[in-house]
Design a protein around this ligand. Structure first.
Ligand code: SAH
Length: 462
């Protein structure tokens, strides 16, 4: 874009300009253009006319600060959270929920056209929640020290500074209770929170997991040291005060790292797992297993994925990037056979146990990279009528896409947490003889800018 200006940018640092916001980035920043040069403006919304101070410029884009409104978006709302400005957890609380759903749909439409070269693919309105608050079943709360007191909350935007909070309105209420209680007791008992800079102190994180359909609660105390002073008192106060508590876990993380949990996990009280169900399938969730954070919308997403597979009971299905087998087990009820593959060995162990827990005997799981295991299956002569993929943000590995094209399943169902890589991979499938029928965004993360989609893809002329 800079070329258009012969090297000179249309704005420079500290310029005061008027701008009309046209779009929203995937981080939730407003975008306006000056002679085609995009400026990103935190907190600005599409349709708004504003005064902006240019803060930073680089070759292809710049950043500005919203100084004053000439015209506000009708979709602008007062963010209900008092620390919304500082906390890094949410990005879209200043946009009405309908506005959020529409923005997510538009974002998917835009990348389908731009990256997927699929401007005509139907992208449906985002399926949202009736009550888009208090949905998170897992909270990971760092503890720290400020002015001589223990604080607990969430990291500020792009930082490891802890914003002290007692209520987080996107997490389950029980998380608020545990978070406040642990903070209060740590203060009273003099349990030192972890000091990241000096790698000192004891209590690093408290992690809360909740089984929505069972009401079961797991509390995981992550500490730097094996020994924790006053641990028994802490356990007692949790047992006395937290309704539904079924499990208290101790995890030791001695490393200087951003990774929350360490290798050593012991059960201090109660069970090793809590249970939750999605649809008819029951899952055992241990301290470290991956589990979707919004169980209500997970069911909506999986139902859509199941619909897109069009299973009749005769099909052989491959579920790539299967995690603890959530999608695999959901599909196994309607398929002849499901093969799940996942890179984390512990998740595969969980998947096998979850199959057993539900009496499902037509699902098989193998640990390994999908791009290695599925080509191996293909070589061995395994057939797939349907392949489901649910990769991490970077999308599918090229080798996996090539294998899908070689295996020629009748249908591919692509679950994605990153519309950009989804669109890129759909293009590869299109070139290989597939057609994208439709894309359905599902709001798994209300108030945040994360976008989840499921796409139905079919083999052409078959
Ligand atoms: N389908 C599951 C998990 C999706 S998250 C669910 O809905 O719950 C994506 C998963 O891909 C993670 O579990 C991650 O461990 C796994 N993964 C990442 N890279 C992989 C690879 N190369 N091969 C197989 N699995 C991989």
């Amino acid at each position: 874009m800079a070329k258009k200006h012969g090297g000179a940018l249309p704005v420079k640092k500290n310029d005061l300009i008027q701008l009309t916001i046209e779009d929203l980035t995937h981080e939730g920043h407003g975008v306006g253009k000056v002679d085609g040069y995009p400026l990103f403006i935190p907190n600005a919304l599409p349709g708004e006319k504003i005064n902006v101070k240019v803060i930073k410029t680089s070759k292809n884009y710049g950043f500005g600060r919203l100084m004053e409104w000439h015209e506000k978006s009708p979709n602008r709302v007062e963010p209900p959270c008092p620390v919304y400005d500082r906390c890094g957890g949410c990005q879209l609380q200043h946009l009405s929920y309908d506005g959020q759903l529409a923005a997510k749909q538009k974002q998917v439409q835009d990348v389908m056209a731009r990256i997927g070269k699929l401007p005509h693919v139907p992208v449906h309105p985002t399926m949202g929640m009736e009550e888009p608050w208090r949905y998170r079943n897992k909270s990971q709360v760092p503890l720290g020290m400020s002015n001589g007191s223990v604080i607990a909350g969430f990291y500020a935007k792009r930082s490891h500074e802890i914003v002290d909070v007692n209520h987080c309105i996107i997490q389950e209420k029980v998380s608020d209770e545990v978070m406040s209680l642990v903070k209060q007791k740590a203060n009273e008992l003099g349990i030192q929170p972890y000091d990241e800079t000096h790698h000192k102190g004891v209590l690093r994180h408290v992690v809360i997991r909740y089984g929505r359909t069972t009401g079961e609660v797991m509390v995981i105390l992550v500490t730097r040291t094996n020994d924790v002073p006053h641990m028994m008192e802490l356990i007692d106060v949790l047992k006395e005060n937290i309704k539904g508590l079924t499990s208290i876990i101790h995890n030791v993380n001695k490393q200087k790292t951003n990774v929350i949990m360490g290798e050593k996990t012991t059960t201090l009280w109660g069970r090793d797992v809590i249970y939750d169900s999605i649809g008819d399938i029951r899952f055992a969730i241990s301290a470290r297993s991956f589990y979707q954070v919004n169980p209500v919308q997970t069911e909506v997403l999986y139902k859509k994925a199941l619909e897109y597979t069009q299973l009749t009971g005769e099909e052989s299905v491959v579920d790539a990037y299967c995690g603890i087998g959530t999608i695999s087990l959901f599909l196994a009820q309607k398929a002849k056979k499901v093969y799940g593959v996942e890179i984390v060995e512990q998740a595969i162990e969980d998947a096998k146990q979850n199959a057993e827990l539900n009496g499902i005997d037509n699902a098989e799981f193998e640990a390994g990279p999908a791009e290695v295991v599925i080509p191996k299956w293909h070589k061995e002569g395994k057939k797939a009528d349907v392949i489901v993929v649910d990769p991490p943000r970077k999308g599918c590995d090229e080798a996996l896409l090539a294998t899908i094209l070689a295996m020629k399943p009748k249908r591919v169902v692509y679950v994605s947490c990153n519309p950009g890589t989804l669109a890129r991979d759909l293009r590869v499938l299109e070139e290989g003889g597939y057609e994208t029928v439709e894309v359905q965004p599902v709001d798994m993360f209300p108030q945040t800018s994360h976008v989840e989609c499921v796409a139905q893809i079919v083999l052409k002329n078959d």
